[in-house]
Design a protein around this ligand. Sequence first.
Ligand code: FES
Ligand SMILES: [Fe+2]
Length: 460
Amino acid sequence: MTDPSRPKGEARAQGTSIADVLASDAHPPPAPLTASQYAFLGDTDLPASRYTCPRFFKEELTDMWSKCWQWVCREEHIPGVGDHYVYDIGPYSVIIARTAESEIKAFINSCTHRGTRILGEEGAGFAQGFSCPFHGWSWHLDGRLKDVPGRWDFPHVCEATHSLQPVACDAWEGFVFINLDPDASPLIEQLDVLPEHFTQFPLADRRIRLHVQKELPANWKAAQEAFMEAYHNFTTHDSPTGANTQYDIFGPHVSRFIHNIGHYSPEALSDYPGDKWRKPKLTEQELLAGLPVEQRPLSANETARAAGAQMLRDAMATQLGRDFSAVSDSVMLDSIEYHLFPNAFFFPGMLISMAYRFRPLGDDVDRCLFEIVMLEPLPDGATHPDPPEPVYLNVEQSYTEIDELAWLGAVYDQDTGNLLRQQQGLKTTRKGITLGNYQEARIRRFHLTLDDYLGHQNTT
Ligand code: FES
Ligand SMILES: [Fe+2]
């Protein structure tokens, strides 16, 4: 029952909290994981039209996607001078090029003569410079105008006026970002606590193990919001874990959840209907069986988390020749998910080490691209190998077609399997979107920030 005397947003699931679990870990967590930051942000419904209305979608393009920093590729996609990457967002296209060993520049992917797109498909490539396929204008790698065929007819054209149009560009932890706003403030401002937190779990020295792209039949926001909360675990994944997930909101652009792996608190499900979740507490041995490590009998005072984390440390040390002894149990095991507005997720854990990105596809309000980039620490002393080509799945295909995803393939099918029905339902509903005060607070924070970009009065 709701306690009316309790301030809104302060109620929590029963059972052990994440803070309690981390505090009793054998290898204690670094400071960022003991931070906890939540404030009630409102409980009114969000209009469903935010996910379905072409006019709203257009506003997102002109007032948000054109004004904020967004992750485009990893530095290992453009390791050498001349390497470049084409990134598309809605109608906009950007070329990101390594112009010197320690310099990356970005340009609008459009000819300064009559506007033709200069480079074709999104993705990585190499060139000494750029040229337009229409009339052959060309530019140096750093964007300066090089040649104009029939120069006599263009006395009004010069390097100062017709070099490639520059785009703000920067990098953090091996991720390259661009901002289409000519007056962009520095990337560091949008990153908020991320640089401080990620000194404890750097991502620059990880390599891409697998890159999956899949088209989804839903608005890009609905798709990413399916990954911002663990409230769906019980129904969508038929899983009893996640009820005690911790949600943090560090600022307008950055939020986080921490979801324990190798721990389960049945009390957290005490108010769920039916007997299904009224299971006795799992033993530590049963909890260990849920971890992807070699199984062995645990001694009386050993926990699954301590033993599982240590086995993972040992296995990764053997495989990669690196020392993981200082890495906490939580970083070894847990699903720690940071969200960076507008569309990127970074998971610094070792077992769950990856990044997600969600983008609209072209100008379609009802479709998006979901990318999973699995990361892995580099072996000791190694440099980044060439990243793998993305594996593309169309809207009909199953994640289980990708062997490297192993058991996660079925989980991603479950996560994305609701989206078509949600998008359809959003179009027929007569009411708005209702959010949980705590478990879905990251979604509300995201929409408040989106409203700030769009110059809307907060609709929440
Ligand atoms: S449009 Fe590019 S050279 Fe003419
Ligand atoms: Fe899920």
